[in-house]
Design a protein around this ligand. Structure first.
Ligand code: AP5
Length: 212
């Protein structure tokens, strides 16, 4: 399965992609996670991406396409993948076709529908493990022990781009730059829309049904 997740910030792409990756035994490739790792490792990529991400704007297409081209060349992506956070512009979508579009499995694209009002509530209460990237929500899915990850015990923190100003910019970038990507895939008849509102398990079942 070659699956792309499209959805606004905080719509549950990471939460659902992690589960699907386990169930289907394919890698979850999150460009946001890759950039955050680069920042944590202090690489040149991280140095360039950090101020852009902190604002909530998009990193350049050239940088992102390069990252995905390298990642797709790894052997674990041959049998399938779940792309979370890429493509985010029509230019990225066109380039992705050139990178993975020729295999026997067609690309499938899933758009999670969540209105902006719900996004703000989700993101303001999100916490992420600084160690393994596990995603929590202080109301719906809090860690068992305050501020510590259930899985690896590392600190659970708010992401630096989860402040109100950056979230507004991320939402604006989604509407202006990423929604046209959904239109691009709709025209190719590979887009499925899934309602992202409701308990995480229910959304997961809706996603599985849409993939049958
Ligand atoms: P990225 O990391 O991709 O962030 P994002 O798209 O803004 O998405 P999020 O990670 O914020 O949310 P999500 O949809 O994964 O939701 P989650 O599952 O965590 O990108 C960050 C930045 O990197 C970008 O702004 C950009 O600068 C840069 N970047 C990355 N890729 C790029 C690209 N291709 N081109 C250019 N720049 C790029 O869920 C959110 C919260 O809601 C959690 O607390 C969760 O527990 C909770 N939740 C989940 N599901 C539910 C539910 N059903 N009900 C209630 N709560 C729920």
């Amino acid at each position: 399965m070659k699956l792309i997740f499209i959805g606004p910030p905080g719509s549950g792409k990471g939460t659902q992609a992690k589960r699907l990756a386990v169930r289907h035994e394919i890698p979850h490739i999150s460009t946001g996670d890759m950039l955050r790792e680069a920042i944590a490792d202090g690489t040149e990529l991280g140095r360039q991406a950090a101020p852009i991400m902190a604002q909530g704007a998009l990193v350049s297409d050239d940088l992102m396409v390069g990252i995905i081209r390298d990642r797709m060349a790894k052997s674990d992506a041959v049998k399938g993948f779940i792309l979370d956070g890429f493509p985010r512009t029509v230019v990225q979508a066109e380039k992705l076709d050139g990178i993975v579009g020729n295999g026997s499995d067609p690309l499938r694209v899933l758009q999670l529908l969540v209105p902006d009002e719900a996004i703000v509530k989700r993101i303001s209460l999100r916490r992420t493990c600084a160690g393994c990237g596990a995603i929590y929500h202080l109301e719906n899915n809090p860690p068992a022990v305050d501020s510590l990850c259930d899985r690896c015990g590392a600190e659970v923190i708010a992401r630096p781009d989860d402040n109100e100003t950056a979230v507004r910019t991320r939402l604006e970038a989604f509407h202006r730059q990423t929604l046209p990507v959904a239109t691009f895939y709709k025209a190719k008849n590979v887009l499925r829309e899934v309602d992202g509102i409701g308990p995480v398990d229910e959304v997961f079942e809706r996603i599985e049904k849409s993939l049958v």
